[in-house]
Ligand binder design. Structure first.
Ligand SMILES: CSCCC(=O)C(=O)COP(=O)(O)O
Ligand SMILES: [Mg+2]
Length: 246
């Protein structure tokens, strides 16, 4: 444990993916382009299926244009991908496209080296471990199952996404997660690299810890403590087993 580590009393930890447990560069330089290049073929291969009709309808709804045809829907999804719009239909299609890449080992989930050890420490301390990402739940599971550091899903208790919890900058999303996991807000800690997400979690009564991964640096003037490695976060849970914190 890093000397002077930040100590938080928590029974549950909720982890962001991009920029916190995994590399934002990997998401933007590998995952997004992989799906973007396959959006058109993905829709074309599913013409006439229920899956095609449902996704087209979801794109129309999010775009606010009930007349969108397949080509226009693919154009909208492409634009959302380029602008990193956290659009649920985009996240749903990306997850399905990425699944093939994980299955044939073209894709590997990027996980920082301190993540498996932190998850294991928190597991031993009796702290429940959840993921909350804008990426759809199947994409989150695939990322951790096919991580470059082995199958980490065995160390995770659940996953929340835009569909199950809502947007990450909305306090109500954190309240929804509190209700779902049955852990009081004041015993839950959220780790993220995005100040607006941390602000929303804090507004819902959660503890918050900002994570700045090199070469990013902790921002100044936020209401949150910041760390640069999970090794600097000592969570004391119900079992108080975490090294250096009992
Ligand atoms: C493995 S989930 C893919 C990441 C993603 O699609 C995304 O939008 C990242 O969102 P996050 O909330 O983890 O920053
Ligand atoms: Mg993030």
């Amino acid at each position: 444990m890093t000397p002077g580590a930040l100590t938080v009393r928590a029974d549950a930890v909720v982890l962001d993916i991009e920029g916190t447990t995994g590399s934002a560069r990997h998401v933007h330089d590998v995952l997004f382009p992989y799906a973007r290049a396959r959006l058109g073929p993905w829709f074309a291969a599913r013409r006439g299926t229920r899956e095609h009709a449902e996704l087209l309808e979801a794109v129309r709804e999010f775009a606010g244009d009930p007349a969108l045809d397949e080509a226009a829907a693919v154009a909208a999804l492409t634009a959302w991908s380029d602008a990193d719009v956290k659009a649920p239909p985009l996240k749903a299609v990306q997850a399905r496209i990425w699944a093939a890449g994980y299955a044939d080992a073209t894709l590997t989930g990027h996980v920082y080296p301190d993540v498996p050890g932190a998850l294991e420490r928190w597991r031993r301390a009796g702290i429940a471990r959840y993921v909350y990402s804008s990426g759809a739940e199947p994409a989150q599971r695939a990322w951790f199952r096919h991580s470059g550091r082995g199958d980490l899903t065995v160390l995770l208790d659940g996953y929340f996404d835009l569909a199950s919890a809502g947007g990450k900058k909305e306090p109500d999303s954190y309240r929804a997660i509190t209700a779902a996991i049955g852990v009081p807000a004041k015993r839950t800690v959220f780790l993220s690299d995005v100040t607006a997400e941390l602000d929303a979690a804090a507004a819902a009564g959660w503890h918050t810890v900002g994570v700045a991964r090199a070469p990013e640096r902790p921002p100044t003037g936020t209401a949150h403590p910041w760390i640069t490695t999970l090794d600097a976060t000592a969570l004391t849970g119900p079992h108080h087993h975490e090294a250096g914190t009992a």
